[in-house]
Design a protein around this ligand. Structure first.
Ligand code: NAD
Length: 453
């Protein structure tokens, strides 16, 4: 018995009926999403606190208001985004009408991870609904309190004939992926991204893969160490480091490391107090498996700051590791926790070489008082996104595409990019049935006169 067949059948029929096409329908769904967020803000904050010990502030800025912002932007621009886009014409099409039509794909699947379980479910959903698709949303089973609200409450705010939230872990998702979707939008690890892409290939289904990796953070000698430390610590320890775009490791000279370690110590103490475990602002590790994995990484290099852990509440102290070798596990896998290794390099060239020898990251950061140095790092490397002199500020701008490159993913979204991602861009030419005399010069038998077309 296939648990998803009936749901998918319902959604396919709804899509074929054309119900999702009018702007009014799409706007009503987006408004429903907004009401869901506003009416259940507290419930959502509580669920996020239970899942990740997320503070109300972090829930607000990184989950709720960012989703609401995307809804508002889509509502303001929906009709403009939906409009046919006229394109320049050549001599042969001068008398025609030529345009790009943005069409929904059909029934699309969104698979979300646990680290920002609301944001990474709803922000793609905004794009999919705005573009006029029917949607199956599969939140992460690991952030189970948030998943429960998405499954039980969210559907009350949307047209159920066009939208479904389904539950499940790897096994159920595997079953789901056997079905033919018209588009799959996946956020998660590169390992599972490969499974999703292989399943999509069987049906020739297009995919967006929003994946992870190790995000380098280059710190030049020409920097105010305290300013760098404040910014790096904020973005590294936000959500207890469980952020796909968090700075994963620092690359700097031995000299800068000497200045950076006490500055990081001071930033951590100011942010989370002398006993970070008692801070209401520091998150916890999502589950036992990740806690044990991170505890293992604490054995790499030498602990310069933090290093404590407590299994009973899955606490890992904000940690800085030094004397780390490239070959150690902490430099081989995405850390995804509150641990920051520092790797020393002798020059900017060596740092760039270090970065370029690895998979292309989702994000790359460069700190320097010299804009030339920042621009050199930008010009000589590749990554999904880039920010000079701060953490993931590029991600909060809906006017920038958000996505990876190479092993960190393919495709992008946010703002209008989401609408475009979930739309097929149909190439259209409308020609009059008259003026056959003019058009007949292209027909055989060919002669030099055909070349004039
Ligand atoms: P994950 O890949 O383990 O799981 C993501 C989703 O896939 C979940 O819904 C899960 O149920 C499902 N899944 C897991 N195993 C599966 C399998 N074998 N077959 C089919 N489906 C399966 O990722 P995660 O642990 O939830 O999230 C962490 C990863 O996500 C990190 O690598 C992080 O960098 C990445 N991430 C990327 C972004 C981004 O925007 N690029 C954002 C957040 C997280």
């Amino acid at each position: 018995m296939d648990p998803f067949e009936d749901t998918l059948q319902r959604l396919r029929e709804a899509f074929r009926s054309g119900r999702t096409l009018p702007a009014e329908f799409r706007a009503a769904q987006l408004k429903g999403l907004g009401r869901f967020l506003q009416e259940h803000k507290q419930l959502l904050q509580e669920a996020l606190a239970q899942d990740l010990h997320k503070s109300a502030f972090e829930s607000e800025v990184s989950e709720i208001s960012i989703s609401q912002g995307e809804i508002n932007l889509a509502l303001r621009n929906l009709r403009a985004w939906m409009k046919d886009e006229p394109v320049p014409k050549n001599l042969a099409t001068q008398l025609d009408s030529a345009f790009i039509r943005k069409e929904p794909f059909g029934v699309v699947l969104i698979i979300a991870p646990w680290n920002y379980p609301l944001n990474l479910s709803l922000v793609p959903l905004v794009g999919a609904l705005a573009a006029g698709n029917c949607v199956v949303l599969k939140p992460s089973e690991i952030s189970k309190n948030t998943e429960k609200i998405l499954v039980e409450v969210l559907p009350q705010y949307l047209d159920r004939s066009c939208f479904a939230v389904v539950m499940g872990g790897p096994e159920e998702t595997g079953q789901l992926l056997e079905h033919k979707f018209d588009y799959i939008f996946f956020t998660g690890s590169p390992q599972v991204g490969k499974i999703v892409m292989a399943a999509a290939a069987k049906h020739l289904t297009p995919v967006t893969l929003e994946l992870g990796g190790k995000n380098p953070c280059y710190v030049d000698d020409n920097c105010d160490a305290q300013i760098v430390a404040n910014r790096v610590a904020f973005f590294r320890y936000f959500n207890a480091g469980q952020t796909c775009v968090a700075p994963d490791y620092v690359l700097c000279s031995p000299d800068m490391q000497e200045r950076l370690v006490p500055a990081l110590q001071s930033a951590i103490a100011r942010f989370y107090g002398e006993d970070p475990r008692a801070s209401p602002d520091l998150g916890r590790i999502i589950n036992e498996k990740h806690f044990q994995r991170l505890r293992g990484l604490l054995g790499c290099g030498r602990v310069a700051i933090g290093g404590q852990s407590e299994e009973s509440d899955r606490y890992i102290a904000p940690t800085v590791l030094v004397d780390v070798q490239e070959t150690e596990p902490v430099m081989q896998e995405e850390i995804f926790g509150p641990i920051l290794p520092i790797v020393t390099v002798r020059s900017l060239d060596e740092a760039i070489d270090f970065i370029n020898r690895r998979e292309k990251p989702l994000a790359l950061y460069a700190f320097s008082n010299s804009s030339q140095v920042v621009r050199q790092v930008l010009a000589r490397t590749s990554s999904g996104g880039f920010c000079g002199n701060d953490g993931f500020m590029h991600l909060i701008l809906a006017s920038l595409p958000f996505g990876g490159v190479g092993a960190s993913g393919m495709g992008s979204y946010h703002g209008k990019f989401s609408f475009d991602t979930f739309s097929h861009h149909r190439a259209c030419v409308l020609r009059s049935s008259r003026m056959e005399k003019i058009y007949s010069i292209r027909y055989p038998p060919y002669s030099p006169r055909n070349l004039r077309v």
